[in-house]
Design a binder for this molecule. Structure first.
Ligand SMILES: [Mg+2]
Length: 166
């Protein structure tokens, strides 16, 4: 199985520079649902990998986060196969799951029997790409952040990645 792993804020919904957990703030980036539909039609699993440290900091609940994710699933007809989230913040506890840790990716790789070398990670920060690169996954940086050495490609947004992901 091959997969496209997606960071959430800044890839799926707009990065606001702060925690996004209110439904009104969870604004999908244009053409994301179309992009996910096309990625799925090319035979990839679509798996979201997101740090959600605001949960352990008591800023919002798992239920509030899941309500945001329901908006995503509704927009793309439930085509997202799985969503992994890391709730811990370093001020509460260190975590192997929290990106740039690899544990969320490793869980998905085992669960879905994913071939990393034919898979992709799309993120808007190098923190998203470092764990993917360490596992042999191809990486695309989207948005305005400067490229680091773990980024294989750069594109404007997820839809613009469709020329690479096939
Ligand atoms: Mg992000």
């Amino acid at each position: 199985m091959k997969a496209v792993f997606l960071d959430r804020d800044g890839v799926i919904n707009k990065e606001r520079g702060e925690y996004t957990y209110r439904l009104d703030d969870f604004e999908l980036i244009g053409e994301v649902a179309t992009a996910i539909t096309m990625i799925k039609s090319r035979g990839f699993k679509v798996i979201v990998i997101t740090n959600q440290a605001g949960i352990s900091r008591g800023l919002y609940t798992v239920e509030q986060m899941k309500a945001c994710h329901a908006i995503l699933q509704e927009a793309c007809q439930g085509l997202v196969d799985d969503i992994y989230y890391a709730p811990l913040h370093p001020s509460v506890s260190e975590s192997l799951a929290r990106k740039p840790g690899t544990l969320m990716f490793e869980r998905a790789i085992v669960k879905y029997d994913i071939d990393t070398t034919s898979s992709w990670m799309v993120g808007d920060k190098m923190r998203d790409l470092i764990p993917a690169k360490a596992l042999g996954i191809k990486t695309i940086l989207v948005g305005d952040q400067p490229m680091g050495k773990e980024a294989d490609y750069h594109r404007k947004d997820l839809f613009s990645c469709l020329d690479l992901i096939d």
